[in-house]
Write a protein that binds this ligand. Structure first.
Ligand code: NAP
Length: 351
């Protein structure tokens, strides 16, 4: 028996996925979201439902959610006759997990159906497309929005895992301004453009930033490398790898133990923050050979300023196709674009 095809299936549950779902649901497309599976493997590699934002603490750069007491902000920004709005916003700021649960709730409120499983396999060869979940469920869909995101690369040290959200972070822009990093020495691992950018950004808050690089030359572009050299707060520690993140449960990260790649000697540095900038890996393993990926395995957007992919009827949104901006708000924006692209594509096909 043939299964009835969904109009839109959305794979992934970060800001891109939920925004696509909100727009698709409001366009009466009855979207079905595969939000990802809750498995130990996904936990370890940072690919649990709700995406990377759910792995951060405070979110201070998502418009509409300033950190602080929202009711106080509203009291000072609203004219008296609009103070009734304050009751709608009792809370202070917003954390990453809270923001993601709110997006999920918003999508569900408009009728989005949600399956808590990964998509393990896709068949884009003919219409309707076919998707198979990790649990073996088969779904047919006329249109698919890929929003599985990317995951930050970590060194895979046990100590690094232990202090995640307690001094270990892979996103300086997300976490750098937190009080625990202010006027403190911090460590950034990596020697590429991201590492310089993160170190430079962190130097606004930190007393000092150590960039730990495993070679004697940066991979970063010349202009970025110069920025690192010119910044008096950045010290590049050449030819060293990280053996261990040091710390305790009460204080979180307190330092790092480094190992020289030249003579194998070890040394310790005091630091309250440990930032990884050793690249990202897009969550596209299930898409290999199914549509066009970039050299770095990101889904390739094939039309400028659109979310089209190389397969007609398959759209991509958020970090799975974007290795450049990688922000919650840009992911949400492209999720909206993908839903609008999908809606128009379905209408043009009469589906
Ligand atoms: P990247 O260029 O691949 O650099 C990754 C860095 O991490 C390299 O220095 C690498 O060392 C190091 N690394 C990788 N694995 C490691 C490990 N296991 N242990 C220790 N070190 C490790 O990645 P990226 O810096 O994220 O940049 C990605 C892309 O975005 C690049 O094309 C970059 O130009 C672009 N980007 C541009 C800007 C900008 O222009 N403002 C900012 C950010 C990113 P090795 O050098 O020894 O390989």
């Amino acid at each position: 028996m043939d299964i009835v095809a969904e109009q839109v299936v959305i794979v992934g549950s970060g800001p891109a996925g939920w925004t696509a779902a909100i727009y698709a649901a409001r366009a009466n497309l009855q979207p079905l979201v595969f939000e990802g599976a809750v498995t130990e493997e996904n936990r370890l590699q940072g690919t649990m439902p709700l995406g990377q934002l759910a792995l951060t603490t405070e979110v201070e750069n998502y418009p509409g959610f300033p950190a602080g007491d929202l009711s106080e902000f509203l009291r000072t920004s609203l004219p008296a006759e609009e103070h009734w709005l304050i009751d709608l916003h009792q809370k202070a700021g917003c954390s990453g997990p809270e923001l993601m649960h709110l997006m999920r709730r918003q999508a569900a409120n408009f009728g989005t159906r949600i399956v808590t499983d990964d998509i393990a396999e896709v068949d884009f060869d003919s219409q309707p497309f076919k998707l198979r979940s990790l649990g073996g469920e088969e779904t047919a869909a006329h249109c698919v929005i890929l929003a599985t995101g990317a995951r930050a690369n970590y060194l895979s040290l046990e100590s690094e895992e232990r202090f995640k959200n307690n001094g270990v972070s892979a996103c300086a822009v997300c976490d750098g301004a937190l009080p625990r990093f202010r006027d403190q020495p911090l460590v950034v691992v990596g020697g590429g453009d991201s590492a310089v950018e993160e170190a430079d950004y962190l130097s606004k808050f930190a007393s000092k930033v150590y960039m730990i690089h495993r070679r004697d030359q940066l991979r970063a572009s010349k202009i970025m490398a110069q920025r690192a050299h010119d910044n008096p707060k950045i010290e590049i520690v050449w030819n060293h790898t990280v053996d261990e993140v040091l710390g305790n449960d009460a204080d979180g990260v307190t330092g790092v133990r480094l190992r020289s790649t030249v003579d194998n000697s070890t040394r310790e540095l005091v630091a309250t923050g440990f930032f990884l900038a050793i690249g990202h890996t897009p969550n596209t393993a299930f898409l290999d050979d199914k549509l066009e990926l970039t050299e770095k395995k990101y889904v390739k957007w094939t039309v400028p300023f659109r979310t089209n992919t190389s397969v007609e009827g398959v759209f991509a949104a958020g970090d799975v196709a974007d290795d450049y901006y990688r922000q919650a708000v840009t992911a949400a924006g492209s999720g909206c674009m993908a839903a609008l692209d999908a809606e128009r594509w379905l209408a043009a096909k009469g589906l």
